[in-house]
Design a protein around this ligand. Structure first.
Ligand code: ZN
Length: 312
């Protein structure tokens, strides 16, 4: 039974996940990053103890998926925007000491990729790219059944490949990154900037725009086409670069995936002609709202049970 810890910018979720990827019990707490790491750690420990009691199980290992830059090798937090002041702290060492079990830490998108590859929509696929599209874009890459790591075990940033160099400024320093063009807020910003004339001023979200498009609103339909185009360009780049078996799509924007999939496919077909792009499946993530928690547990399995240790 694996204790799973999902550390996000706004909340920490903790749960017990069995060997088939099922969540048996869970609890949540606000992250409260400014309250300090020691306070966050104390709540993680308390929630691990309570969820294991609730499920009536013993914890045999702990998997952590965390936002931002983390160091899977040392177990420490890097420079995490959303967790100011937590840098350098080491939840792997601290939870190992507390529970006397092995602990694995991964970036949360990598953890979710492992979850979908092990127990979800990408089961039995050896080359998988997980893409989550919501307020940002995140992703993880599994090659030949193993999580792909860069130099220094770094997590690749698939959201910061440039789609349009004359596009909007991005937080990373470039302009026109995938993340600056294809997130929910990017879609909403375009719609709201173009919603002029006899439309009352209203700040609609991407989800509301998708609803409007389904009801036949013309501007909303254009926003959907534009979103599908930019999603498609990013997917096409991933397909040209990796030719994966499958791209697994998660995140809040992908709840409306039915509106985008034809447009994405069209863009992919247009330019990925030197690779067998039609063989790359585009599928929806299947682990639902507990995907991050399940992924965190799978990170432990990947490290300690599948024998996929850390590269030297
Ligand atoms: Zn960027």
């Amino acid at each position: 039974m694996i204790g799973a810890v999902d550390i996000g910018g706004t909340k920490i979720a903790v749960g017990m996940v069995d060997d088939s990827g099922k969540v048996l019990s869970k609890l949540e707490s606000p992250t409260d990053a400014p309250g300090g790491y020691a306070n966050g750690l104390a709540r993680m420990i308390e929630m691990l103890r309570r969820t294991s009691r609730d499920a009536g199980v013993e914890i045999s290992g702990i998997g952590i998926g965390s936002t931002g830059v983390v160091y899977p090798g040392s177990g420490a937090f890097g420079d995490v925007d959303l967790l100011p002041g937590w840098r350098g702290n080491n939840p792997v060492q601290d939870l190992t000491r507390e529970f006397k079990v092995t602990v694995a830490l991964e970036n949360d998108a990598d953890a979710s990729a492992l979850g979908e590859a092990g127990w979800g929509a990408g089961k039995l696929k050896s080359r998988l790219i997980y893409v989550t599209v919501g307020t940002g874009i995140g992703g993880g890459i599994i090659l030949n059944g193993q999580l792909y790591r860069g130099v220094d075990m770094a997590h690749p940033e698939i959201s910061h490949h440039v789609i349009d160099p004359s596009g909007p400024d991005c937080s990373c320093g470039y302009r026109g990154c995938w993340e600056s063009l294809a997130t929910g807020p990017a879609m909403a910003a375009w719609f709201n900037a173009n919603a002029v004339g006899d439309r009352p001023p209203q700040n609609l979200s991407a989800a509301q725009i998708c609803q409007l498009a389904k009801r036949g609103d013309e501007l909303a339909a254009r926003a959907v086409d534009r979103e599908a185009y930019y999603l498609g360009l990013g997917m096409a780049n991933l397909i040209n670069l990796f030719v994966p078996d499958v791209i697994v799509l998660g995140g809040s924007v992908m709840k409306s995936a039915a509106l985008f999939l034809d447009g994405i496919r069209k863009v992919v077909r247009q330019g990925c002609r030197f690779v067998p792009n039609e063989k790359t499946e585009l599928v929806l993530a299947s682990l639902g709202e507990d995907a991050n928690l399940i992924g965190a547990a799978r990170a432990w399995h990947h490290r300690f049970r599948q024998g996929v240790g850390l590269p030297s």
